[in-house]
Design a protein around this ligand. Structure first.
Ligand SMILES: Nc1ncnc2c1ncn2[C@@H]1O[C@H](COP(=O)(O)OP(=O)(O)OP(=O)(O)O)[C@@H](O)[C@H]1O
Ligand SMILES: [Mg+2]
Length: 613
């Protein structure tokens, strides 16, 4: 939540905007809301029959000795009961249906927004947190639609009808009860605001717990390999406790509110008894009147007590809506790209003009990077770990805009281009690429419907996948990923390459595309990649000399700066950073330090290393 706020989302979500959201939600289901209100009105009208019948039974049937009215009275009450039951059942069904539809629409819309958010938003918030927004916060809204429509409209209709009926026999009492109702409603509304705040905290901590769980499940191998199960349980329990504290806080508030409402209605009952008894003894009211008023007061109070008891449910929904609103306020790429020029064609001339970049408010990780890549040429980017190679690729994929400087694609500033249409001309194999579960064929044609099987097979053959796919039980129809066959790191990488080969990209970005492959497999894949590179502007980060050697241009990065640029021979002759990298990385000039002997504590090992260097 906080990380999202930092990204410029609306920080204060007041009750006014929340009621606005609730109104918008109800408006989107206005036809159904209208039907529900109609049913509730019928239901409440039917509920009024019973107290009126009680008055008639006491005053007329018993008091005036008219036993012939018993059967029609009983029949009328039964009919009213039947209507009450049927309308209640239909209301429950309709609200259930409407609620589910609202949640589904809200969730789908939120997902469509989230998936289009810029990469920096995902970097700034743990994955579990965003998934909790999409799954849990939207689900909380369930508590709003039904209760708000049914209980609130029921309460208002009932209040009006009951007060009017009471006014018929004792209007000063009706005014008194009406005033009490208004005071109770104001108090409930104010208490709601406090419960809302407490439940916001519950949602936040729920998301934090979910985020930790998601992280732990993904990293279960790391947990086990470090024997950190106990430690991880401690982390989980700490967050669990924080969540429990928040929940207890909100339960306390809800309980206080419900108790207050129950006490208030009890007091109203006592008041009614005192006033009624005095009025009857003074001859101003009949026994039947008192019975009816008592019954009506009960009907009047029930929705108010219900509204108080529902504060938890409605509060959670409000808190969920507030969090959804905060997330929706973060502009997504489509919003940011409004007014940007669509890209219909890319030749592949890529130029960086003094590009500098910093992640968020952090330090610069790229500084003054400039180069020109002619269409169809291959640029190798080399440099030590953390030098900024993947960051440079990310900028080429328009994951973010440079902090300073410009990237020109065919002479057009990338910052002014519509990212979605630009990316249609770019294919990438990323350092931490992900394959989605499904069949092998689906994994290769991912995101592009209608790619012919022949193209899928051709791409797989070029990427050197055909061998292991043929060995699988169902070939291209084998399900891989979460619920299917597991692939080795190298197999996954080759599938990712095959996926990049689908379509007709003009710009290729290969970030360590073959780092998981052994020399033999790499040689196979390399042929495919060489074919693929032909005619395409290619940026390649590779740790194999053969790839780098073949590049038209090698860019050497050191701490985010371009320190050398040229072709392999030139750079070797220069005896600079590239030469050093070359000698270390490709000449196998690694001394084996500390591989034998007694284990050193890490602090001493670091000192030994420093001395050696
Ligand atoms: N999402 C991120 N948020 C903040 N800083 C980041 C992020 N990704 C990378 N960095 C930082 O940017 C710098 C450059 O990282 P980058 O991933 O570009 O390096 P690299 O050259 O690709 O390294 P490697 O060879 O290890 O893949 C590093 O100091 C890293 O800590
Ligand atoms: Mg990298």
């Amino acid at each position: 939540m906080q990380s999202l706020r930092r990204l410029g989302a609306g920080s204060a979500v007041g009750p006014v905007s929340l009621w606005h959201d609730v109104g918008a939600l109800l408006w989107s289901e206005r036809a159904l809301v209208g039907r529900v209100i109609g049913l509730v009105t019928l239901n409440r009208a039917a509920a009024l029959v019973m107290p009126v019948a009680a008055k008639v039974a006491i005053d007329t049937v018993i008091g005036a000795h008219r036993p012939q009215l018993i059967v029609p009275l009983g029949g009328g009450v039964l009919l009213a009961l039947a209507i009450e039951t049927a309308t209640a059942a239909r209301t429950t069904m309709l609200t259930g249906e409407g609620t589910q539809r609202t949640v589904t629409t809200l969730r789908n819309e939120l997902y469509a927004h989230v998936i289009r958010l810029p990469v920096r938003v995902f970097d700034a918030s743990p994955a579990g947190e965003l998934s909790s927004r999409v799954m849990d916060d939207t689900d909380q809204v369930r508590g709003l639609v039904g209760p708000v429509v049914v209980t609130m409209s029921g309460a208002v209709i009932m209040a009006a009808a009951a007060l009017a009926t009471i006014a018929w026999v004792a209007w000063p009492l009706a005014i008194g009860l009406g005033l009490l109702c208004v005071i109770a409603m104001v108090l409930v509304a104010r208490a709601y605001a406090r419960v809302w705040a407490a439940l916001g905290l519950v949602c936040e901590r729920h998301a934090a717990l979910g985020a930790r769980l998601a992280e732990a499940l993904v990293g279960v191998r790391t947990i086990k390999s470090r024997g950190a199960e106990r430690w991880e349980c401690g982390e989980f329990q700490r967050r669990s406790r924080a969540l429990t504290d928040a929940v207890l806080g909100s339960v306390r508030r809800t309980a206080r509110l419900t108790a207050g409402m129950t006490a208030a209605t009890g007091a109203a009952g006592v008041l009614l008894l005192v006033i009624g008894a005095r009025a009857i003894t003074a001859g101003a009211m009949t026994l039947g009147d008192l019975a009816m008023i008592a019954y009506l007061t009960g009907l009047l109070a029930t929705p108010l007590v219900q509204a108080a008891a529902m504060s938890g449910e409605v509060g959670r929904a409000g808190a969920g809506l507030a969090r959804i609103r905060t997330l929706r306020a973060v502009p997504n790429e489509e919003v940011e790209d409004r007014g940007a020029g669509p890209v219909h064609h890319v030749l592949g001339a890529v130029e960086m003009e003094q590009v500098s970049y910093a992640y968020g408010a952090g330090a610069y990780v790229l500084r003054d990077v400039s180069f020109f890549a002619a269409p169809g040429s291959t640029v190798a980017i080399v440099g030590a770990s953390g030098a900024g190679k993947s960051t440079l690729c990310a900028l080429l994929l328009a994951f973010d805009r440079p902090t300073d400087g410009r990237i020109l694609i065919d002479g057009r500033d990338l910052a002014g281009l519509e990212r979605r249409s630009y990316r249609a001309f770019v294919a990438a194999v990323l350092q931490h690429d992900v394959l989605f579960s499904g069949t092998i064929a689906d994994a290769i044609r991912y995101g592009r419907d209608g790619v012919a099987m022949a193209d899928v097979q051709a791409a797989a053959a070029l990427a050197g996948c055909d061998g292991f796919i043929a060995a699988m039980p169902n070939g291209y129809a084998t399900v891989v990923g979460e619920r299917g066959v597991r692939l080795s790191g190298g197999q996954q990488q080759r599938l990712a390459i095959a996926r990049a080969l689908i379509g007709a990209p003009t710009i290729l970005v290969l970030d360590e595309a073959t780092s998981n492959l052994d020399a033999e497999s790499e040689a196979d894949v390399q042929d495919g990649l060489d074919l693929l590179r032909r005619g395409r502007t290619t940026f390649v980060i590779a740790h194999r000399l053969s790839t780098v050697r073949a590049a038209d241009q090698i860019i050497v990065l050191e701490q985010g700066r371009v320190v050398e640029r040229g072709v392999h021979e030139e750079l070797i002759a220069r005896r600079g950073v590239y030469r050093r990298l070359y000698e270390r990385q490709w000449r196998g000039d690694r001394r084996r330090r500390g591989s034998r002997g007694t284990p050193l504590p890490v602090s001493r090992a670091a000192r030994v290393l420093e001395d050696e260097l």
